[in-house]
Design a protein around this ligand. Sequence first.
Ligand code: OSB
Ligand code: MG
Length: 370
Amino acid sequence: MLEIDHVVLYHVRMPLAHPFETSFGVQAERDCIIVQVEGQGATGWGECVAAAGPWYAYETTQTAWHILSDFLIPTVLGQRFDGPEHVLDAFARVRGHNMAKAGLEMAIWDLAAKQAGVSLSRRLGGVRNRIPVGVSIGVQESLDALLDRVAGFVEQGYRRVKIKIKPGWDVEVTRAVRKRFPETPLQVDANSAYHLADVEVFRAMDDVGLLLIEQPLAHDDIYAHSRLQRELETDLCLDESIHSVDDARAAAALGSCRIINIKPGRVGGHCSSKLIHDFCQAEGIPVWHGGMLETGIGRAHSVALASLAGFTLPGDISGSARYYHEDIVESPFVLNSDSTLSVPDGAGIGVAVNTDRLHAVTLHRETFAG
Ligand code: OSB
Ligand code: MG
């Protein structure tokens, strides 16, 4: 039985080690909300990945703060839950706002795992103690800068590389990276920057031997992706379009992609992620764990979820140093020589929050009690 006594929200802003540019813009710092839940003497931590602006998704740090404080937190305070599996159901009356829901739901998963004295990975049903990872590389100011950047990460041991593409920064750069790194598993992510009429761009990449092309078309157009997938040999992968297992089912039925990227923030937390994972496993659709430039708290959740059996492709879950000079957890995540991250085996998320560091990067904090 789970009971939540109080919840603390922290609006956090952290400088990125490198500015990150995608087809929807460039960011030099990252905002998020850290969620702390207290219940029966234990503490659970979660991270709401809604960004400062509504570019990747419609949610923002401010909308998530509103939805959490006015609707979601009142739903859990003083309530009893048989387990974290039931939290998302309690949120069902709130439409959408999956990132807000996920931040709180995942904190409650951590709390439940800690109360049971097991790792979050085990509590979720994970089967791996190391998870394969890659690196996601933003748009750079020149092709030379991109090639240097890829080379740097390959030297650090990242064995799978993803590059961001956008109109004008696509076929040529992808071919150049492939030419310089012929053996490196390579994939591209367009973050919805293209239209069906751009099919020739993707045909021109069809012989590059990409692992996948991620979310080339509109964020809300599963049908258009089915039209594009028909024209290509390369597997499409959906990110922005998948918010639930129902979306995954629609994409599979339409043939809109052959691979799915799971981000718990985008789909409403661990429960929804597991449903998508289980559906894809039954359908033979490989999944991998996406990233949202998480702090060590979100990263620990990602690593635990990615330890489930169906996450067979490398995740966008790099070491802490790829994102931040100083993380808010101890110990930070460090890449192993086989391009994996180790799954912590301590209770819950298995990393300790450095509260001095957390307070130092907090812009605003509020406590909610029943
Ligand atoms: O589309 O996968 C994406 C970061 C922010 C928003 C969207 C995306 C990304 C990334 C970074 O690609 C992945 C990471 O955290 O390393
Ligand atoms: Mg993506």
